[in-house]
Design a protein around this ligand. Sequence first.
Ligand code: CP3
Length: 347
Amino acid sequence: MLDKRSTHNRLLRTLQGELTDSPPLWLMRQAGRYLPEYREVRANVGSFLELCGTPELAAEVTLQPLRRFDLDAAIIFSDILIVPYALGQQVEFVKGEGPKLDPVTDGKAIAALDRKDTEKVFAPVYEALRRVRAELPAEKALIGFCGAPWTVATYMVAGGGSKDQAEARALAYSDPEAFAALIDLLVDVSAEYLIEQVKAGAQVLQIFDSWSGSLAEDEFARWSIQATKNLVAKVKEQAPDVPIIGFPKGAGPSAIPYARRTGIDAIGCDTSLPVRFIADNLQNLMPVQGNLDPVLLMAGGEHLDRRVKQILEVLGDRPFVFNLGHGILPETPPENVSRLVSLVRNK
Ligand code: CP3
């Protein structure tokens, strides 16, 4: 599936278990509000969803961070909540308040979710991927993504971001059958979405399980690990050679069974995982990605330099993708990102 041109692509090679001249580097949420050129594009569209649904603009903001910084990959500009939107749920991004959805709180509302418009909503994302791939040099990888079923469900059930994801956890305890129907629907639609992203040019996929850390042990096994395993298996049936990075944020030591059992090719590590733990328990299983504190990237200074060197020392001698432990913060000075890139490159 990978053509010859990808030989010099650091991210692809690392995810295949090779060592490269320097570890590949990209940043979660690397396109976005910390960049003035993003804010300019954003100011000229009515809504965030309109930006995601306009291929020319989505492709433009996807490429912006690569024009400024020597990063190894572009991640397609979209959002994990495009999936509930495609299922007919109302989704809005309210400035300063985050996403607002019309909550899906019981079996009846879950049964009413409808797949008939998914193609229409996803098509602009595929077109944006084709445009980005056509402009990207061969040594830069293109990443597609979706939210993990559990994380997307937390927003669908609560109607937005929520404290401790209590609404979704409560529904999963009180009506596990209805909740399982929601998770299974998300597995199916997300698999189709990721497979089509690959057909449109995505070479690597990441599954964001941003709220896996709120699940208790048995529920983590069922709603995070098992759902991700089902999703990965479906994608691998159609796209066996495309590496998948799983990002179970907040999983703590449960990252180990997650890495072992989901079928992913590499694991994204959040800031709370000690680098020694990552080296000893995860990097022995597969390539790892992470885990600089986004707040430290924002703060900058000598502490940033020291920490980047320490991460590289512990994780850099085996397959490792340099990234943050969570998304870049809007207040981050772009100069700090330049500094980070030169630290990783000059190792
Ligand atoms: O990484 C990238 O550069 C690609 C784009 C991307 C966005 N969201 C763009 C975005 C990706 C990969 C995401 C993933 C995402 N979205 C996650 C998983 C990663 C994580 O951060 O845990 C989650 C939980 C969401 C849901 C979401 N989208 C929230 C909670 C918010 C509001 C908070 C905020 O940062 O504003 C969004 C909106 C959003 N998604 C913005 C961007 C650039 C800001 C909207 C704007 O510019 O108006």
